[in-house]
Design a protein around this ligand. Structure first.
Ligand code: IMP
Length: 210
């Protein structure tokens, strides 16, 4: 079954293909001739994911889904949140975003791990047979004091997973205490991440309703 996924990010596409399994052929907007940036100007993750899914549905008229993700840091009142991609600059400058985040946490005096609680939150909008459906997932953790590791993308080098989610998923040995997501193998993210959870919830819904 063919479904369009509103992404140009190869990592996200691989994650989604693994989670949705063989019954689905995932197609990107670029493969359908849509090469411009899809607008995301909403004030919430849900608004952005709806905006992206609507954009594709209006142009292509077929089943599609879009996700939007934000990193919410408690000591910063939930920032960068919906502005995670463009926190430091106008572009997706991952290094500059992390540097700004570490500096902001220092400014507010969040200098113990307990003061640096945070979570990734993903919202997926699926447009299936013309109807919208929403799926969410979150991934709890802490912001590290410095960047570590070179795997993953985005804020992964400063995100230390909270331990109980790892043990529930049998992933505690994959991620030693104090390590960032960027220091761990990719299967950690598929098993416990925000997007992994939201994608699995969508896959379960599709398995029942397709
Ligand atoms: P998007 O909505 O998925 O494009 O995510 C917005 C921003 O959140 C990205 O530019 C990344 O900086 C960050 N982000 C999203 N997902 C992840 C992730 O799995 N790990 C680390 N950072 C992420």
């Amino acid at each position: 079954m063919k479904i369009i996924f509103a992404t140009g990010n190869k990592g996200k596409l691989r994650e989604a293909a693994e989670i949705l399994g063989e019954g689905f052929e995932l197609v990107t907007p670029a493969m359908m001739g849509i090469t411009e940036d899809i607008p995301e100007t909403g004030d919430t993750l849900q608004e952005n994911s709806i905006q992206k899914a609507d954009y594709l549905f209006e142009r292509l008229g077929c089943d599609c889904f879009a996700d939007d993700t934000g990193l919410e840091v408690d000591a910063l009142g939930g920032a960068p949140g919906v502005h995670s991609a463009r926190y430091a600059t106008d572009g997706h400058d991952f290094a500059a975003n992390m540097d700004k985040l570490l500096a902001e946490l220092e400014k507010v005096g969040a200098m113990t791990l307990e003061q640096r609680t945070a979570r990734f939150r993903s919202v997926i909008t699926l447009i299936w047979k013309g109807e919208k459906h929403f799926f969410e997932g979150s991934f709890e953790g802490y912001i590290a004091f410095e960047k570590a590791g070179c795997g993953g993308f985005g804020y992964d080098p400063v995100f230390i997973p909270e331990r109980s989610q790892l043990s529930e998923a049998g992933m505690d040995t994959v991620c030693p205490e104090g390590c960032t997501v960027a220091e761990c193998p990719d299967d950690l993210k598929n098993a416990v991440s925000h997007r992994g959870k939201a994608l699995r919830a969508m896959a379960a819904w599709l398995a029942e309703n397709k």
